[in-house]
Design a protein around this ligand. Structure first.
Ligand SMILES: *[C@@H]1O[C@H](CO)[C@@H](O)[C@H](O)[C@H]1NC(C)=O
Ligand SMILES: *[C@@H]1O[C@H](CO)[C@@H](O)[C@H](O)[C@H]1NC(C)=O
Ligand SMILES: *[C@@H]1O[C@H](CO)[C@@H](O)[C@H](O)[C@H]1NC(C)=O
Ligand SMILES: *[C@@H]1O[C@H](CO)[C@@H](O)[C@H](O)[C@H]1NC(C)=O
Ligand SMILES: *[C@@H]1O[C@H](CO)[C@@H](O)[C@H](O)[C@H]1NC(C)=O
Ligand SMILES: *[C@@H]1O[C@H](CO)[C@@H](O)[C@H](O)[C@H]1NC(C)=O
Ligand SMILES: *[C@@H]1O[C@H](CO)[C@@H](O)[C@H](O)[C@H]1NC(C)=O
Length: 511
């Protein structure tokens, strides 16, 4: 069993360093390398503010990307299918009638094995067809869930039945989750050696990256050893580890990181048929590091086609919510979450709003300038006075401020959720984790950066009744952010898998 490990503090004393160097050189020798530039490829996709209403609306439009099917290196045509996605984003109600039209066009697609052409020339193709048949029936089952107007009829589940306002559509989510458990298979490429592949940090601010990679390594249920049976393919590299081993800090040089990713994808594309078949669209990478997005930009198809699961989900840096997935940053200082979860009732929370953190990016600068030492109700610190506990402060506060740092994600969001403090997201261009399932407006407050001066007014304007509702929902949503080892149903690992599952449902591949 693989151990979780911290990123090395001293690179050159590490025995891994030589190994890393050797494997890098080997990989570079094996493949013919392509030139790449570091400048991130910005997509056309822009939001001006974090407007969740318009975000969900925009997802009903088919997303525009460099179409993989137009390229002749791909033998498979890819149908972008935003149906399920659009549906889950539509938080309107469980009143499914409005959603029916979304699925109308799928009725023309064969949905049973019998409907398929009997003669199959290429074995691999027939396997792809079977994969797609399975997905089609999963879509149909989710579609049926949207038509079920009888809200008292719930899916049976021994562990948990999602319900309530924290979900965009609890019933559809549950159906989709159950379909995922029945069907979803992931192939993890075995190429690449630790420390940069099949490995990652399980503590630190980037713990969710390492934990996911390790959990995938040990995964039994969702993992398949037969790549022909997989719905998605995981590229198991850790950007955090690459930064630790390959970043030349003295020259601010990331070229070895970029080259490693380029080489890796070339090896995968040369050795297996799957990458070329979809030009990466059924492949995913995952990173919590600030540089996750820029690292993916070294391979244009990875950036534009693949599912990128990122903490740094910044829509003005090309994050595309209909193909990429946002997952949470969770700062695990000790590697344990014991003692972090839970907090006192609302009546014993005396502070209106709290933040403590050092200067880290322009948003925090604005926050500190505006609020540090200014107001008893909005307590903002760059460092806490001696003897004051950070976790106690979270538990004494009604609202916890979670401004973006140098990147959009903040570990404070999950810290607040754990401490049952209503999170206040202060960010622009940020897509919060699991936004396609969770209705963030129901349990958090979003404040655009331009409104930092009005924080107090905005929070005071929320009625006590509404606050109590949000507090209750924060407790309910905790379950989806909990880190378990081994993972448990509906926890952060499975929510991340579910996000990937939804994105795979969004595409359909034909030979
Ligand atoms: C968000 O978008 C919706 C739909 O486009 C619009 O009606 C609403 O005014 C927007 N809200 C803000 C705060 O911009
Ligand atoms: C959501 O549903 C409402 C009706 O309940 C409909 O008017 C609206 O167009 C739908 N929006 C999306 C994004 O599908
Ligand atoms: C590849 O596609 C491009 C444009 O789609 C076309 O111009 C070119 O002739 C194609 N090449 C081959 C070998 O089919
Ligand atoms: C559900 O849909 C029906 C038919 O479109 C409509 O008459 C009804 O008002 C809707 N109910 C809710 C709660 O939106
Ligand atoms: C709704 O579902 C419940 C549980 O299956 C059932 O008892 C009830 O009769 C249903 N109601 C309607 C109107 O179909
Ligand atoms: C995939 O495409 C690349 C670039 O066109 C090519 O070098 C590689 O051999 C292809 N892989 C397979 C398995 O055919
Ligand atoms: C999001 O991306 C934009 C464009 O690169 C950048 O200006 C902004 O600082 C980023 N936001 C954060 C909080 O990193």
């Amino acid at each position: 069993m693989k151990q979780c490990q911290k990123p090395p503090s001293n690179l050159f004393s590490s025995p891994w360093f030589l190994l890393a160097l050797v494997s890098l050189v080997t990989v570079s020798l094996l493949v013919c390398t392509q030139g790449s530039s570091f400048s991130p490829l910005f997509s056309q996709w822009l939001w001006t503010t974090t407007n969740y209403t318009s975000a969900s609306l925009s997802l009903t439009q088919p997303f525009v990307t460099s179409s993989p099917s137009s390229s002749n290196t791909s033998s498979t045509s890819l149908v972008l299918n935003n149906e399920v996605h659009a549906l889950l984003y539509n938080s309107s109600t469980t009143n499914g009638s409005s959603s029916q039209h979304i699925f109308a066009k799928e009725s023309s697609v064969s949905s049973t094995l019998q409907d398929l052409p009997m003669e199959r020339e290429v074995k691999r193709c027939s396997k792809l067809e079977m994969i797609e048949v399975g997905l089609t029936s999963a879509r149909a089952s989710i579609r049926k869930a949207t038509r079920n107007l009888n809200v008292t009829e719930r899916h049976e589940d021994p562990d948990y039945v999602p319900q309530g306002a924290i979900y965009r559509n609890a019933y559809v989510f549950h159906r989709s989750y159950l379909e995922m458990e029945k069907l979803f298979k992931i192939y993890v490429y075995e190429e690449g050696d630790p420390p940069m592949f099949h490995n990652g940090p399980c503590r630190s601010i980037y713990s969710t990256e390492g934990r996911f990679i390790h959990q995938m390594e040990m995964e039994k249920h969702f993992r398949t050893k037969d790549p022909d049976k997989a719905h998605v393919y995981f590229l198991p590299f850790s950007v955090v580890m690459m930064v630790a081993y390959l970043y030349d800090a003295k020259h601010h040089d990331v070229k070895h990181i970029g080259q490693t990713v380029v080489d890796y994808v070339n090896v995968i594309a040369g050795k297996y048929p799957y990458w070329n078949r979809s030009l990466g669209a059924d492949h995913f990478m995952l990173s919590c590091h600030d540089w996750g997005p820029s690292t993916s930009s070294h391979v244009p198809h990875l950036f534009h086609n693949s599912i990128r699961v990122l903490c740094n989900a910044n829509t003005s840096e090309g994050f595309n919510p209909s193909k990429d997935a946002s997952f949470p940053e969770i700062h695990l200082r000790t590697g344990e979450i014991t003692g972090l979860i839970g907090g006192p009732s609302p009546s014993s929370r005396s502070i209106l709003a709290f933040f403590a953190g050092r200067l880290h990016g322009h948003i925090r600068l604005l926050l500190l300038e505006q609020w540090k030492n200014k107001d008893e109700d909005v307590q903002v610190y760059d460092s806490l006075p001696d003897g004051v506990s950070y976790n106690e402060m979270l538990k004494k506060s009604k609202y916890c401020l979670c401004p973006s740092g140098y990147e959009v994600a903040s570990p404070r969001v999950v810290e607040a959720i754990y401490a049952e403090c209503v999170p206040v997201l202060i960010s622009d261009h940020y897509v919060p984790p699991f936004s396609d399932i969770l209705n963030w407006k129901s349990f958090s407050v979003q404040i655009p950066v331009k409104d930092i001066a009005n924080i107090k007014g905005i929070l005071m304007g929320i009625s006590q009744t509404q606050y109590l509702r949000m507090h209750r929902r924060v407790k309910q949503v905790q379950k989806h952010f909990v880190v378990n080892g081994p993972p448990k149903r509906f926890d952060v690992f499975h929510m991340t898998l579910h996000s990937i599952w939804l994105r795979r449902l969004n595409i359909r591949m034909r030979n």
